[in-house]
Ligand binder design. Structure first.
Ligand SMILES: Cc1cc2nc3c(=O)[nH]c(=O)nc-3n(C[C@H](O)[C@H](O)[C@H](O)COP(=O)(O)OP(=O)(O)OC[C@H]3O[C@@H](n4cnc5c(N)ncnc54)[C@H](O)[C@@H]3O)c2cc1C
Length: 432
């Protein structure tokens, strides 16, 4: 398994649990902060604007539950979740339809009901909201550590500071990996031999290889297997905002206030557009409106005292697209931009939150596909499983993808994910 983020550790756990000799190779230190899986909060929710993810979430929840039981630890904090946005907007219409089609237990709320239920928080009268009790917060780094620990308990070997710099066919139907020792700390570069620095490469042979290399996957797959996929590493950031007083700290505490997703907020998307940005097409030529509706997401006070977290998901104008090497980025997010766009949003919806200053920002990296769907497919005659649970929403589904990956790698197929969904995730799809 190449990569020790949430995807890689879930795969390693599932493979080892089923008795496969499993080796996970991570180029940086385990639990590092350069990729996508670090930090203390990711949203888990049963609702999605897309039916296929809504259906997959039904299968992901029990897997989170059983792993926590096995590890005797908790990485999930239930808070409930609120999806909201313009009632006539495509985002909320699709969330409502997908929830209904999948039998998600949820309660529709109008603006007045939202304000009564969550004092100090409001949405405009023409917006609608959907409340569900099952959404909550996953502690991200702790969850990676949990799955890594479980994988080891089942016999997997986890080697960090070990960069895979080559993947090739070997004798006897095996695959050979060239693995570079990064224990002396040389660890930046696209992941291939010319970029990774470090010591002399060693050889590892394996029957199956799973590439779960997150933002580095595009360069690695192209350089090693000649597979060109449009996997775009994007520098992104999260922002925290301080509750001004005891009342706000009480109201927005995780015991009372949910995680939330705001869909299709034109005002915020317009605020985020830099001068000259083409609202309909964007600089990449993607049609924003047709592929994603989520503008912003947020968390109650939970991980840090007195701080709520609210961050942009879209629009793309806000993204800083990285080059081939996802390590080549600044880790200092632009707080002024967060204040200008997200702060404005927070002040429109929350009472008692200080938006004059961003309390804290933290860098993170997304891997985006042009259609915002995952990549989950096989390559090299079925000997390599390529997986990128990406586009800013892969954490909550990693246990399911991990189990399905083990199915593909060990059994040659999976029934956990609908065939029609597998087609959407195909590496051959036109969007890539
Ligand atoms: C700010 C932010 C907020 C998010 N919010 C949510 C949310 O609320 N809910 C949700 O479900 N998802 C969310 N996501 C998305 C989710 O966090 C990611 O989809 C998920 O963490 C991706 O995990 P990964 O294992 O694929 O990638 P990563 O965590 O990046 O792991 C890939 C690993 O591969 C290693 N690697 C790369 N190349 C090599 C190599 N050549 N050899 C060895 N190792 C290698 C890397 O060092 C890295 O550790 C968010 C993401 C971000 C950035």
């Amino acid at each position: 398994v190449v990569g020790g983020g949430i995807a890689g550790v879930c795969v390693a756990y599932e493979c080892a649990r089923r008795g496969a000799r499993t080796l996970l190779l991570e180029r940086h230190d385990m639990l590092h902060r350069r990729g996508s899986s670090h930090g203390e909060s990711r949203i888990i929710r049963p609702t999605y604007a897309e039916e296929h993810y809504t259906a997959m979430m039904r299968k992901a929840y029990p897997l989170w539950e059983s792993a926590q039981q096995e590890a005797r630890t908790s990485v999930y904090t239930p808070t409930g979740g609120l999806d909201f946005g313009p009632a006539e907007g495509a985002g909320m219409r699709r969330v409502l339809a997908a929830a209904e089609a999948n039998g998600v237990r949820a309660e529709r709320m109008d603006a007045e009901r939202v304000s009564r239920r969550f004092p100090g928080f409001s949405i405009p009268d023409h917006w609608t909201a959907l409340w569900n009790a099952d959404a909550g917060i996953l502690n991200a780094t702790k969850a990676v550590a949990m799955y890594a620990g479980l994988a080891e308990r089942h016999g997997a070997a986890l080697r960090d500071r070990s960069a895979v710099v080559g993947i090739d066919h070997a004798e006897g139907g095996m695959m050979r990996l060239a693995v570079q020792d990064n224990s002396r700390g040389a660890s930046s570069g696209a992941g291939t031999s010319e970029g990774a620095g470090g010591g002399v490469a060693q050889s590892v042979v394996a029957r199956r290889v799973v590439v779960a290399a997150g933002p580095w996957a595009g360069a690695l797959l192209e350089d090693t297997l000649g597979l060109r996929l449009d996997l775009r590493p994007i520098a992104t950031a999260v922002a925290y905002w301080r509750a001004r007083d005891a009342q706000a700290r009480h109201r927005f505490d995780a015991a009372r206030f949910p995680v939330y997703i705001c869909y299709g907020d034109d005002q915020t998307e317009a605020d985020a557009l830099p001068p000259g940005w083409d609202e309909t097409g964007g600089s990449t030529g993607d049609s924003r409106a047709s592929i994603d509706f989520q503008t912003l997401y947020g968390f109650p006070i939970h991980e840090l005292p007195g701080l709520i977290k609210a961050s942009l998901h879209l629009p793309e104008a806000h993204w800083e697209r990285l080059g081939r090497d996802a390590d080549d980025r600044t880790m200092a997010p632009d707080a002024a931009q967060a204040r200008r766009v997200v702060g404005k949003w927070v002040s429109r919806h929350f009472e008692g939150i200080d938006t004059d200053e961003v309390a804290l920002t933290e860098a993170c990296t997304y891997t985006m596909t042009p259609d915002h769907d995952y990549v989950f497919d096989t390559a090299a005659d079925g000997k390599v499983v390529v997986l990128s649970c990406c586009s800013g929403h892969g954490f909550k589904l990693a246990p399911l993808i991990g189990a399905a990956t083990a199915d593909l790698a060990l059994e040659g197929g999976t029934e956990r994910i609908a065939e029609s969904t597998m087609q959407l995730f195909s590496a051959d799809r036109l969007a890539l």
